[in-house]
Design a protein around this ligand. Sequence first.
Ligand SMILES: Nc1ncnc2c1ncn2[C@@H]1O[C@H](COP(=O)(O)OP(=O)(O)OP(=O)(O)O)[C@@H](O)[C@H]1O
Length: 279
Amino acid sequence: MTAFHTTDHQAFGHSLSEQTSGGGQASGAPLVSIRRVSKQFANGTIAVRDVDLDLGAGEFVSLLGPSGCGKSTLLRMIAGLGSPSTGTIDWPGAGEDKAGRDLGFVFQDPTLMPWANALSNVMLPLVLKHVPKREAEERAAQMLALVGLKGFEKSYPRELSGGMKMRVSIARALVMRPKILLMDEPFAALDEITRHRLNDDLLNLWWRERFTAVFVTHSVFESVYLSQRIVVMAARPGRVMADLDVSAPYPRDELFRTSAEYAHLCRLASGKLKEAIGA
Ligand SMILES: Nc1ncnc2c1ncn2[C@@H]1O[C@H](COP(=O)(O)OP(=O)(O)OP(=O)(O)O)[C@@H](O)[C@H]1O
């Protein structure tokens, strides 16, 4: 597990502490290293400016900020879906070849193929990599079981609830066992109970599989519940305002969600977000 420079969290127990470097410096070689990245679109909008961030292997990081602060733009650039106007995004362990950038992406919309059942949807990345059919079926079925959809392999997207469709989407993103899972507000359209359940199951999955998770959200509550680190962003131009270390231990569950510590952490993160919005 990656360790971070912290200021006060030992002294205050359950607290948020700010990274002293301001650049999110993980110890050891980071999985992804973002340096002075800016993105200006053709219409002149500066979506992000001068972002410095390291993403360490195995950590759970949220990008938290108001609408328009560049969270999605940053996530998409990490995924290679669009390049920075200036600055660099490196994968130190992956070499020059982009194929070494081993990632899965989950969008807010599950984007499933409506004509294919759950198993076939999850098999898609394996089929594209020419994995033999039998093996692809087995791996996709295992992944569906891991996201809690055993027994729904033959179901079509129209037969699944919003939460179940999102589970299929996560299974599809994880079926190649990527090192990093990038998620762009994956649960924003779901009701609160379903969202809580998916948060819990995502954490269990992350704990078990040890991928790096980067989670874009507007929600202070969701970011505190899930993350080891919260990168708070501000808009116009999109930039990083704070990099917070969430000290609460895992596993996190319903007890944590209803605890005074969680409420306290949410208050602190909310304060940081307000500062960012006011900046
Ligand atoms: N393709 C594009 N062309 C021009 N401007 C864009 C494009 N994509 C995003 N933007 C602008 O860049 C800024 C950042 O957008 P982005 O979607 O990254 O923010 P966000 O924090 O993810 O917002 P939200 O939470 O609403 O999804 C916004 O002002 C947006 O309008």
